[in-house]
Design a protein around this ligand. Structure first.
Ligand SMILES: [Zn+2]
Length: 428
């Protein structure tokens, strides 16, 4: 078994332990062997790519997204064990993973304005899964990865797949009782969120938006259905908008606000991105990683537990400290459990010098003051009188720029807003 597969099997073993208990779902048809493999690949991929953002923990909203997803999935040709997750990420994205697993970011949810638009995004992704698009990238019959032939094939295939997902998704919307034109509305919302895509990038497999919109409008022509606009907006009221504050560097210390801080040896020149600290040069190299989820934490704990290790208290937090053997890949590693995150501190090499660096960082650990800036939130407001959109923004959303308000709501400044209309703002 090569290293990659060893890692995959190790991770599979970990996920089966780390999986939270779920309420019993109605019995699904028994999955085929291919589906079991697909589910396993999807689960590993999901867990591997969850850091640093992690899951957006909001039970009410995630139940709501799942219920809309299931309403759509009933119209897909094949019954699957569908899973829907919201990622705590300010970027605007939706993905279908192998194994009937669909992920949306909270950034995407902020830009949609109705349940029908949410259903449209889910329908597009469900169509990708239902037609095997997510698994094609694992097909061993394809030309080798990285080859020009593979890239060209992938581009053409992706473009066809996008058209197919749009068209099928629109039919799923109609079948589930949603307005089919919501697919075009969802696309318009994504366009407003990502204005840089207006100039179509020819390497992007998603067909140019005007063509895509025209095709969708034609397909939806004359067909109506549910929008559930207010219900959706109520569900996203108060969700965080924009980036959350991560760990920061403060006077040569790595600081995770409200949790822990660690000093760095003066010899290092470091880089900090998404709460991940790496050393730019110098040996032994040092890494500090902040984990939001349980998956990597459990994987690292498993590795440390199988090596020589000690359990310590670091600034009041439980820590597992050990040396990972492995010749060139040896490292001294500590796994420190803070109140909200776990911190992995790794120093390359199995040498005494490497251990000294790790001990220095651990001994310097202190509880960190909370000076995290408050996160901005989506706020739902209703118009008290008949007015224009720009007047509504001035009166009801004074701290949201008109430009951001337009991107979130898809309205022109002089557009009429009837009394009682519910719209989105962002509270500081
Ligand atoms: Zn797509």
């Amino acid at each position: 078994m090569n290293y990659f597969w060893k890692t995959v099997w190790l991770l599979l073993a970990v996920t089966s332990c780390a999986k939270p208990k779920t309420v019993a779902e109605p019995a699904q048809p028994k999955p085929s062997k291919d589906e079991i493999l697909e589910n396993a690949i999807g689960e590993v991929f999901h867990q591997l790519t969850l850091e640093p953002a992690g899951i957006y923990e909001n039970e009410r909203l995630s139940n709501y997204v799942s219920s809309v997803g299931k309403r759509i999935a009933r119209c897909a040709p094949k019954s699957r064990a569908w899973q829907f997750s919201i990622i705590d990420d300010a970027n605007v994205a939706g993905h279908a993973l192998p194994g009937a697993h669909i992920r949306l970011t909270r950034g995407l949810l902020a830009y949609l304005s109705s349940e029908a638009e949410l259903a449209a995004v889910l329908a597009h992704e469900i169509a990708h899964v239902g037609h095997g698009h997510t698994m094609e990238h694992w097909n061993p019959q394809l030309p080798p990865l990285g080859s020009g032939e593979r890239a060209q094939q992938a581009f053409e295939r992706d473009r066809d797949e996008e058209r197919q997902a749009d068209a099928l998704g629109t039919e799923y919307l109609a079948c589930a009782g949603y307005a089919p034109i919501a697919m075009a509305h969802a696309l318009a919302a994504l366009e407003r969120a990502l204005p840089s895509q207006e100039a179509h990038d020819p390497s992007d497999p998603h067909p140019a938006h005007p063509t895509r919109m025209a095709r969708l409008a034609l397909q939806a022509d004359g067909r109506s259905g549910d929008w559930n606009r207010e219900r959706y907006l109520k569900r996203i009221d108060r969700i965080p908008f924009g980036e959350r504050a991560g760990a920061r560097l403060d006077q040569a210390r790595y600081v995770s606000p409200g949790e822990l801080s660690f000093a760095l040896p003066t010899r290092y020149d470091v880089e900090l991105k998404n709460s991940l600290l790496t050393t730019k040069k110098g040996e032994p190299s040092l890494v500090i990683m902040r984990l939001s989820g349980k998956f990597w934490r459990a994987a690292i704990e498993n590795v440390l537990a199988s090596e020589t290790h000690t359990v310590q208290s670091i600034a009041g937090a439980r820590a597992l400290v050990g040396t990972m053997s492995g010749g060139e890949n040896a490292a001294n590693i500590a796994l420190v459990d803070g109140s909200r995150h776990s911190f992995v501190i790794a120093v390359s090499g199995g040498t005494a010098e490497s251990r000294e660096v790790l001990d220095y960082v651990l001994e310097s650990a202190r509880p960190a003051q909370s000076s995290e800036p408050p996160v901005r939130r989506i706020a739902i407001r209703s118009a008290s009188t008949n007015t224009s959109f720009s007047r509504f923004m001035k009166a009801s959303c004074p701290s949201t720029s008109l430009e951001l308000g337009r991107a979130l709501n898809g309205l022109r400044p002089n557009q009429r807003v009837a009394a009682g209309t519910v719209l989105k703002c962002v509270d500081p």
